[in-house]
Design a protein around this ligand. Structure first.
Ligand code: MSP
Length: 509
């Protein structure tokens, strides 16, 4: 088994402040990073900002600032959001940093020297919001298929990368790998179809200057996409840094709109330079508002703070991964977020925790009881359901099927509630002869809480930490590792629990 895990988010354009679509990508990658830490892997998690190109330059101009002033003024909003959302990135790369610029230049110089780059006159249709060229047949009503805005005719002399030369390698070797290098595997066909008609791609622009100069011809700047992609390795000190040797190749999380760049251009660029392509590109779907991709351009952008205020950071992190099958598009609506939050977090996990902790306080003086001698069939049945759910959770998260992982967690919560209703320890507690039964039931219920704190920790790290503190376990939650921490029986009888504050306060509609 691989002992290291390198995961990245796309680097975000700083033409504007973030919206919940950006947060969705970052939270998903964070859950993957936290899950792999929980599994005991050495993890490196990178995010950052994509600061060059026309889109950012225009935003700066519209705001009467120089591009550098503009990006410097916007980046803090991104960093602050990630820290508010408990994003556990190890590094944050800005493409205006020296460490990125010099290595990008080195990379393209290498491909120029090896003959993979040439100069040609180019005419194409360009969407500045995508920073991407389109073929006429890809447009919808003459407009960008993603943003629905007019494209611009670009006619200039550009340097080109011989991307088409790598078509056979991509199709016959890279995409043919097992496991497939693209998630979900259903997207692989789309990528292969695109690659079949692969053309060389422009890697420079000469009609504006906000970018990294082409080292051998500084009248040109490097095209923002083939510069930005390199962040995943420049941040590891490519080509000879220890981090690069340790962590590359890694897993790139992206939205489906930028899958082509990541699953076609990016591996081919790396292969041409003699570098391994990414192990996996994980593509998620879009958050839709009113059936359309949410975006600032269309004024449907929702800032995460609008939701965090009501549902808390953990409510935010939980909802999107729970409600949308990861990989598919999903509609955002306040009503559905409210309903899920109240049903699953407030009434589900939150109530279960407060009920069980209160029972332990009232019947056992706040100490985790000893189950020995009192266990019967209901405990054994409950334990078996929980054990199966732990296996299902692990299997799902290994496949980036976050929603299935949360299904498994939900199974434990539901089963625990049913089990408590069925065994009714609050009734048995009135009869001293049932002491051992009560102890066994409350032990099982508390053990379920321990499992939930561990399994939820990648998704809801702050609430998990609070639950963990309530359970009084001496070893920190951060020190827990799967599979050991997922085995039944981890709680030590006698451990002092405390009720603590409500994990997920109910939200009124
Ligand atoms: N700068 C490029 C990425 C370069 S990576 C080398 C870029 N930036 S972006 O800010 O426009 O988008 C970044 C990510 O946010 C993409 O993965 C995109 O899919 C995601 N999202 C933007 N809007 C989104 C939704 N409405 N829903 C889900 N994800 C969305 O592209």
């Amino acid at each position: 088994m691989n002992s290291r895990f390198y995961v990245t988010t796309p680097i975000y354009y700083v033409n504007d402040v973030p919206h919940i679509g950006h947060a969705y990508t970052t939270v998903a990658a964070d859950v993957a990073a936290r899950f792999h830490r929980l599994k005991g892997l050495e993890v490196r998690f990178l995010t950052g900002t994509d600061e060059h190109g026309q889109k950012v330059a225009r935003a700066a101009e519209e705001n009467g600032r120089s591009p550098q002033e503009w990006v410097d003024s916007i980046v803090p909003a991104w960093k602050e959001l990630w820290s508010r959302l408990d994003i556990s990135n190890d590094d944050f790369i800005r493409t205006t940093e020296e460490r990125h610029k010099t290595r990008v230049q080195e990379f393209w110089q290498r491909l120029y020297d090896s003959g993979d780059v040439y100069l040609a006159k180019y005419e194409g249709l360009y969407c500045v919001s995508c920073e991407e060229f389109y073929k006429p047949e890809e447009l919808i009503d003459g407009k960008c298929p993603i943003h629905g805005i007019p494209v611009e005719v670009v006619s200039e002399e550009n340097y080109f990368f011989r991307l088409s030369k790598y078509k056979d390698w991509l199709i016959n070797e890279y995409y043919a790998r097992t496991p497939a290098p693209v998630y979900p595997p259903s997207r692989l066909n789309e990528v292969i179809n695109f690659a079949r008609d692969l053309q060389d791609t422009s890697i420079s622009r000469s009609t504006f200057s906000w970018g990294i100069p082409i080292p051998w011809d500084p009248k040109h700047v490097i095209y923002v996409w083939v510069e930005a992609l390199l962040n995943y390795i420049t941040a590891l000190d490519y080509p000879d840094g220890e981090l690069f040797k340790t962590f590359w190749p890694g897993v790139n999380f992206v939205g489906k709109d930028i899958l082509r760049f990541h699953a076609v251009t990016w591996p081919a660029m790396l292969h041409a330079a003699g570098v391994d392509p990414p192990d996996l590109v994980v593509a998620h779907g879009w958050l839709l508002v009113g059936g359309e991709k949410m975006s600032k351009t269309k004024l449907t952008g929702i800032h995460p703070d609008q939701l965090i205020e009501t549902f808390g950071v953990d409510g935010f992190r939980y909802y999107f991964l729970r409600d949308i099958a990861f990989g598919q598009d999903g509609n955002f609506s306040w009503e559905s977020m409210l309903a899920r939050y109240n049903a699953e977090l407030a009434n589900g996990i939150g109530n279960l925790a407060s009920r069980v902790l209160a029972l332990i306080e009232s019947t056992s003086g706040g100490a985790v009881p000893d189950p020995v001698g009192g266990e019967q069939d209901p405990e054994r049945a409950f334990r078996s359901v929980a054990e199966k759910a732990v296996v299902a959770y692990d299997d799902a998260l290994e496949r980036f099927a976050f929603h299935e992982g949360l299904d498994a967690i939900d199974t434990i919560v539901r089963e625990a509630n049913q089990y408590l209703v069925q065994t009714a320890p609050w009734k048995l507690a009135k009869d001293p002869s049932q002491r051992k039964r009560v102890d066994a039931i409350l032990y099982a219920a508390a053990e379920a809480l321990r499992l939930l704190a561990v399994l939820l920790s990648p998704f809801t790290p702050a609430a998990s930490a609070r639950l963990w503190t309530s359970l009084g376990v001496s070893e920190g939650l951060d020190a827990q590792r799967l599979p050991a921490a997922g085995r039944w029986g981890g709680l030590v009888p006698g451990t002092k629990v405390s009720k603590g504050e409500s994990l997920f306060p109910r939200v009124d509609g």
